[in-house]
Design a protein around this ligand. Sequence first.
Ligand code: MN
Length: 145
Amino acid sequence: MCRILLVEDNEMNSDMLQKRLRHRGFEVLLAADGRQGVDMARRERPDLVLMDLSLPEMDGWQATRILKSDAGTCGIPVVALTAHAMVGDRERALEAGCDDYAAKPIDMPLLLKTIARLAASPENRERESPALPAGDPASESPGCA
Ligand code: MN
């Protein structure tokens, strides 16, 4: 089963999205701010992160930069959740290392396609390979910058 970490501080958005994802068979982990999102990603190693950008404690850009600069989490695909009109936000999200973005309000069929594409990427399969020794700083997956 695909495990998704949803980092979203807006309770209504979070409730709606997690219900829709669970309905489609995903396991959903929740974090309500950027710092908690980073901690959970490190601990739980989800298959993919859905990252709101405007978050308390630490924003989604900063949280993504931290995940992408850490050998243990850089292979986890991150999809930014952006407000529809905020084109600059998306560009900054991609610069921060997000693999893709989904505009709010979320187009569910489109998001599911994005999840399917990223969760099946070679970087992600590499990350799941048991051949990589855990905790070895030299074991950075080739997909990471
Ligand atoms: Mn927010």
